[in-house]
Design a protein around this ligand. Sequence first.
Ligand SMILES: Nc1ncnc2c1ncn2[C@@H]1O[C@H](COP(=O)(O)OP(=O)(O)O)[C@@H](O)[C@H]1O
Ligand SMILES: [Mg+2]
Length: 281
Amino acid sequence: MTPQASQASAAAGLVLSVKDLSVSYGAVAALQDLSLEVAQGELVSLLGVNGAGKSTTLKAIAGVLKPTHGAITFQGQPIGGKTAEAVHKLGISLVPEGRQIFPMLTVAENLRIGAFGSYKAGSFAEDLEDMFQLFPILKQRYRQAGGLLSGGEQQMLAIARGLMARPKLLMLDEPSLGLSPTLVDQIFDLILSLKQRGITILLVEQNAERALQLADRAYLLSTGRVRFAGRPAEMSTQVDIAAVYLGEHGAVGAAVPDGAPAASASSATPGNPAASAGGAA
Ligand SMILES: Nc1ncnc2c1ncn2[C@@H]1O[C@H](COP(=O)(O)OP(=O)(O)O)[C@@H](O)[C@H]1O
Ligand SMILES: [Mg+2]
């Protein structure tokens, strides 16, 4: 990210700041000293191959996993030790990988659960109308069991459920995974319309090309570390993306100029160690 770009995001106000986050599954270190930021109204894409640590990052932010180290700050408030319920109440919605809607409950009940316990539920009826505008199919399926919906419809239900909480930060984990090309287009159109509404989004996607088209900024993870942080246009010039996706991690370190991503991280968060973004690669 250029200095101007990092100043722009700082000026707009940070919604989320993750600093030196480490998460382990038993003896397996899934994330190591990961730092990232999301500013108000930004769409930030989190990219990387299977097993890079993307879902772990979202789960740690959502309070589903407990970090072993590091700080997570949401709207200036530390949330690192909070439960998933408490984090949701503060305004973070996670739409998890694999949708995870309730198959035995109706579409209506799934949506009601999304609104439950949120920081600002608003009027349920009003929010429901809004969801029907965004996802007309859900209106048709309103009384049906979630499990009877197609994969694409379940993904829309999962996103609608996340939106029912009127989140201040929406985190989407692989929303296009397993969908047909037409549905993938629909999902990306939808994400664009959410961005245009001003919703702050942290998007995990295996479809890097599409995710980069929408993103204001992107982070590329491999083996639990940030290998690149910056504008999508800078990514292809600074990182051998094909090499990353083929798993040749060494090529990434060589392709990232010294201090390039670190400069943005340190200017946006004073005192952030340069090693957390570029130096570690
Ligand atoms: N429940 C788990 N138990 C043990 N290891 C896990 C578990 N979930 C993920 N991992 C490991 O943590 C690393 C990061 O996984 P994950 O965050 O799911 O990656 P991604 O979402 O980028 O595919 C991988 O090495 C993965 O095998
Ligand atoms: Mg994942």
